[in-house]
Write a protein that binds this ligand. Structure first.
Ligand code: GDD
Ligand code: MG
Length: 370
């Protein structure tokens, strides 16, 4: 079976990280995010994957190549203009041979794809949508089903008054290729707002596969950090890179942790990092490769991408620092703040409560940002 992964979106809710890295390539546990979906496909014997790209399209091929590193074969199809979710799949139609899978490219899950496909066949469905329960369905596609699993309605981003179930579209579908016959070529077309409601109106067999597997859309800073926490906490299976130097502390090659630095797991530290004496790295933190934490720095519940350096006395808490961010002395970053790639911050700055700093900005010393 083939899989199409939709990776063309701009990832606006994850800006500024997505200004320089497309969302599906943003590091998750120091690996490009799509690693997780590609590995899941591989685990279920799906080795032919088509990536539907648009935004920052060239980055995907640079990172994933022909897929052989993951034991899969990757084909790239780039839209000239974004065609929306279903238009993007129509655009890869010439590569599709039979019943196929579609993934949203920003979902972290250990969904049982084999069970999903078996369910689709058993129900003789035209479309099967994976469903997962969430607390607040208003940010997703709401999908009520009957006792047989038949989908009754598809309500994308419903209002609170429309919420009649907690089951939402988990962004993984099994489709019969013939559904693409009803999609106009080279035009914007949406699964969620057009194809699915249209098929339901005509009474076509669309089924919902209820999954209780781990599931998270990583598309906001809050969810991005939550995904890291969950993986560190062992909520889904993951082969940690590096060596487990003490329980739940994984460290990459050539990393130096000076005596007098304290590391409280679960923590993942990349290769070629330097953690100086007096630094404290607390649980739920991930440091990318080539990071340097100065003396008396503290990092907790945060993700630092590769090449980040913190001068002495910095404190980073529940925040994300993009590639190559440099913080001067005694800088504080807290409360879901996100600093974009290459940002350079002078001494004694303070970032509070969800501040986002655009890539490559240089910030003078001594300012509070909130
Ligand atoms: N190729 C291509 N072209 N891909 C696109 C386009 C496009 O024009 N627009 C969006 N995508 C990709 C995005 O890159 C992402 O991987 C996926 O389609 C879904 O887009 P999001 O922007 O992340 O949508 P969402 O999270 O608001 O909602 C979708 O996902 C929810 C589950 O996470 C919907 O499918 C909801 O119904 C669903 O509940
Ligand atoms: Mg999404």
């Amino acid at each position: 079976m083939q899989a199409v992964i939709l990776v063309g979106g701009e990832g606006t809710r994850l800006r500024p990280l997505t200004y320089t890295i497309p969302k599906p390539v943003i590091p998750m546990m120091n690996l490009p995010f799509l690693h997780f979906q590609i590995s899941l496909c591989k685990k279920h014997g799906i080795t032919e994957i088509i990536l539907s790209t648009n935004y920052l399209a060239s980055v995907f091929e640079e990172v994933f190549g022909d897929g052989s590193e993951w034991g899969v074969r990757l084909t790239y199809v780039t839209e000239e203009e974004p065609l929306d979710t279903c238009g993007a799949v129509k655009n890869v139609e010439e590569h599709i041979r039979d019943t196929f899978l579609v993934f949203n490219g920003d979902v972290l899950t250990d969904l049982d794809l084999s069970a999903l496909i078996a369910y689709h066949r058993e129900k003789k469905a035209l479309v099967t949508i994976t469903l997962t329960p969430v607390d607040d369905p208003t940010a997703y596609g709401l999908v009520p089903i009957d006792s047989e699993g038949r989908i009754l309605e598809f309500l994308e981003k419903p209002g609170l008054d429309q919420v009649i179930t907690d089951l939402i579209n988990a962004g993984t579908y099994v489709l019969e290729p013939e559904v693409l016959d009803r999609v106009p070529p080279a035009q914007r077309f949406s699964f969620e707002r057009q194809l699915f409601p249209g098929l339901l109106e005509e009474g076509k067999p669309m089924f919902g596969f209820r999954s209780t597997s781990y599931w998270l859309d990583i598309g906001t800073p809050e969810k991005y950090l939550m995904a890291h926490r969950d993986i560190l906490d062992g909520k889904l299976q993951f082969d940690f890179p590096g060596e487990e130097v003490e329980p739940s502390v994984w460290v990459g090659e050539n990393t130096v942790i000076e005596e007098g630095a304290k590391i409280y797991g679960p923590v993942l530290i990349g290769s070629n990092c330097h953690v100086r004496k007096g630094a404290v790295v607390s649980s739920q933190t991930v440091l990318g490769d080539d990071c340097c934490l100065g003396e008396e720095t503290r990092v907790d519940d945060s993700v630092l991408l590769s090449g980040v350096s913190l001068a002495e006395g910095c404190v980073v808490s529940s925040s994300v620092l993009g590639r190559g961010v440099k913080l001067g002395k005694n800088v504080q970053v807290a409360g879901l703040s996100v600093l974009g790639e290459g940002v350079e911050v002078g001494d004694n700055n303070e970032f509070r409560g969800g501040i986002r700093i655009w890539p490559f900005r240089k910030i003078d010393a001594d300012t509070i940002h909130f």
